[in-house]
Design a protein around this ligand. Structure first.
Ligand code: SF4
Ligand code: SF4
Length: 279
């Protein structure tokens, strides 16, 4: 049986916020009985775009990650709910019942992702319901999918075996797999948000002129073992990416054309731009 999933490409998200605005347009002031009570105009972010800036000048990049209820297959929120207030539909969508969930504030803390919001006025926990009221009218996309100008957000309905195959073949990841909640929201290029880089620019002085060093071999070593190798480009720049946060001490070994060598030590907490390295 096919079920709904979301695939989000972090490399394609520009933080235009149109998906978040579409969710507000759909839910603020609108009551969808059986699916969702109205979302408050202020304070809730049922679709929430996270932002991560990596590095320091001159090497900086920014990644944006749209997040929302993951419609987990093993949802901790369901276990914390009483009176069947949260249910999993056959198509994979998780619904917080807007009547049965009244007063169940404990559900806010039960979601380890922080995707359940408390509606003070209605005394109600709420989350993004995958636009299930539209899906049940025959929609093949969510409002966020429909409004995304870059194709970064895509809702797809496939059977679980096909989704597993896509995740494996395309290197899709879920948020916090260590929680074993089996999310149905998948990310492509999540490394742009979750990993670090070490970068630098090589220069050398010759006949009184400082110039970029192109074509230098740069090797990244960790605990005496090579973990990456690259060549500086025509600006003298090099970059090692997809390194784990807080992964500790690294050594950058540089060997430039003409035999000039240099070694630089780096300690990786978050991304590091080593700046200009004079050979
Ligand atoms: S993301 Fe949170 S609210 Fe959504 S299904 Fe998972 S545990 Fe429940
Ligand atoms: S609409 Fe698309 S590009 Fe814009 S913030 Fe949402 S996911 Fe990103």
């Amino acid at each position: 049986m096919s079920k709904w999933n979301m695939i989000i490409d972090v490399a394609e998200c520009t933080n235009c916020q149109l998906c978040a605005l579409a969710a507000m347009d759909e839910y603020v002031g609108n009551d969808w009985p059986g699916y969702a009570a109205p979302m408050p105009r202020h304070g809730h972010k049922w679709i929430n775009i996270l932002q991560k800036e990596r590095g320091q000048a001159p090497t900086i990049d920014v990644a944006y990650v749209p997040t929302m209820c993951n419609h987990c297959d093993d949802a901790p929120c369901m276990k914390a709910a009483t009176d069947g207030a949260i249910r999993k539909r056959d198509d994979g969508i998780v619904i917080i019942d807007p009547v049965k969930a009244k007063g169940q504030k404990q559900l806010v803390d039960a979601c380890p992702y922080g995707h359940i919001w408390w509606n003070e006025e209605l005394n109600l926990p709420q989350a993004w319901p995958f636009d299930a009221h539209l899906i049940d009218q025959g929609w093949q996309q969510t409002r966020g999918h429909q409004s995304c100008p870059t194709g970064a957000m895509r809702a797809i309905k496939v059977d679980d075996a096909e989704m597993d195959r896509m995740a494996r073949d395309e290197g899709l990841e879920v948020m916090r797999p260590d929680l074993n909640t089996r999310p149905r929201v998948y990310y492509r290029n999540l490394w742009r948000y979750s990993t670090c880089f070490i970068a630098g620019s090589l220069s050398a002085e010759q006949n009184g002129v400082v110039d970029c060093v192109e074509g230098a071999k740069v090797r990244l070593m960790r605990a005496g073992q090579p973990v990456g190798e690259t060549t500086s480009d025509n600006y003298g720049d090099f970059k090692f990416d997809k390194l784990a946060e807080n992964s500790g001490a690294y050594t950058v070994e540089i060997e430039a054309p003409g035999g000039r060598k240099k070694t630089v030590e780096a300690k990786l907490g978050e991304s590091i731009s080593l700046g200009e390295i004079k050979l």
